[in-house]
Write a protein of this length. Structure first.
Length: 428
């Protein structure tokens, strides 16, 4: 009874440690059904641990523990590749802690005494739990926190990384069982096997972390490249607008001279006709005042023209000041990527009446709030989800917003896509 109670407490502590490992201060908890699954798996694990004692059940227990770890990673919104990899590493860490605890106890009691004397079993469980706590905390503090969860590994590379810790974990588990139930194994041989498997797992973790850093640097370079392209495009738009203004001023000066000459000569009818023609030309020019913020107005005007060319209506409501203490390039990159995706999605709609992108920009209590919605073809939902996880545009939005201390959320409702961005601590 004492051993069973201590085992249950140790298992609960292990799950709490994994929950701590995957947790993040920035996240929001979600999905009550995952909590139900976690409870169900934990109950199954306890049943296997307390009722079924044969060797075959130990591998089922391993599978249940791994399932619990994967659910905890999913609960904390960790990406699937990272969830599977770190779950296996954590499982290997738990087995390693059990192995070290057993090796410490091995000189104190024979395998037979160890299996039957409660005091040695309880001490071993307590020692194992302490080693596990220290290992998981060190792994999170010095290794896991340096890994960017945004990396996406392809299936081949993921399987290559997973194969080594999976095999080494199974070997360690088998070796632990053989050591407990077959005391004829030499202590030195057991120690050599354990050290070798530990070094292999640590090497895989080292390679995985470094590869993640390389991917992170690559994504940062892609982000900077995207921002540079947006900035160049923005300044080209400014240059083009300035050229248009100069052309308008030049044409207007010449037209005024012609009008003055006609009025002086009493050609009133011709002067009125020329004025009407000038007003008609001015109204046909694509000049839009969508917001008082100059840089943002240039970009929105350009997107307005692009939307019109594709038969899409762009509705903009802007309540922001003329200037904000955030780089224009950042705003241009965020709005550019956001609107490009929305306009393209609307342009593919079959129903012309639905081709409308709505965006509302509000500045309130030092917060810039951006809300956007657009319809899309329901048949494209699967491909849209794929672009959501892999598309460079939305990745850039998320990284830019996060880098500037903001929040970016997006979701679907029926056949509509919604996005909301909040940037904090801004002044004008």
């Amino acid at each position: 009874m004492i051993i069973t109670t201590v085992n249950i407490i140790s298992s609960a502590i292990s799950i709490c440690l994994v929950n701590y490992f995957f947790s993040s201060q920035k996240e929001k908890m979600r999905r009550s059904h995952i909590n139900i699954l976690l409870l169900a798996f934990f109950i199954c694990y306890l049943i296997l641990s307390t009722i079924i004692k044969d060797l075959a059940s130990t591998f089922w227990k391993l599978l249940l523990i791994l399932s619990i770890y994967v659910l905890l990673g999913h609960r904390h919104k960790v990406s699937a590749p990272h969830t599977f990899f770190w779950s296996i590493i954590l499982l290997g860490t738990v087995l390693g802690a059990e192995f070290v605890g057993f090796l410490f106890m091995l000189p104190l009691a024979s395998a037979e005494k160890y299996a039957h004397q409660e005091v040695f079993v309880v001490i071993n469980i307590i020692l194992t739990t302490l080693i596990e706590i220290i290992s998981v905390i060190l792994l999170k503090k010095f290794v896991y926190r340096n890994v960017n969860d945004g990396q996406k590994f392809n299936l081949t590379r993921l399987l290559a990384f997973l194969s080594i810790p999976v095999i080494s974990t199974l070997l360690m588990h088998t070796l632990l069982l053989q050591t407990i139930y077959s005391p004829e194994f030499s202590f030195l041989l057991i120690l050599i096997f354990f050290v070798g498997l530990t070094i292999i797992n640590l090497s895989v973790v080292y390679l995985y972390v470094n590869l993640s850093k390389q991917y992170s640097n690559h994504e940062k370079m892609s982000l900077e490249k995207e921002r540079l392209e947006q900035e160049i495009k923005f300044y080209e738009q400014v240059k083009q607008s300035q050229q248009e203004i100069r052309s308008i001023k030049h044409d207007l000066r010449n037209q005024l001279l012609v009008l003055l000459n006609r009025l002086e000569n009493g050609e009133t009818f011709e002067a009125i006709k020329a004025i009407k023609q000038t007003l008609s030309n001015m109204s046909s020019r694509s000049a839009y005042i969508l917001t008082e913020h100059q840089a943002l107005n240039f970009l929105l005007s350009e997107k307005y023209k692009q939307a019109e060319a594709l038969g899409v209506s762009l509705e903009v409501k802007s309540f922001i000041p003329k200037s904000l203490n955030i780089d224009d390039e950042i705003l241009v990159a965020i709005f550019g990527n956001l609107l490009d995706n929305a306009i393209q999605a609307c342009s593919r709609l079959k129903d012309e009446r639905l081709k409308t992108v709505k965006i509302e920009i509000t500045f309130f209590k030092n917060r810039l709030i951006i809300e956007m919605s657009n319809p899309f073809e329901v048949e494209e939902e699967i491909t849209r989800k794929s672009r959501f996880t892999e598309g460079i545009g939305r990745k850039n939005i998320a990284k830019l917003v996060e880098k500037n201390g903001g929040i970016y959320e997006s979701w679907y409702e029926d056949s509509k896509y919604f996005a909301c961005i909040v940037l904090f601590n801004l002044t004008y």
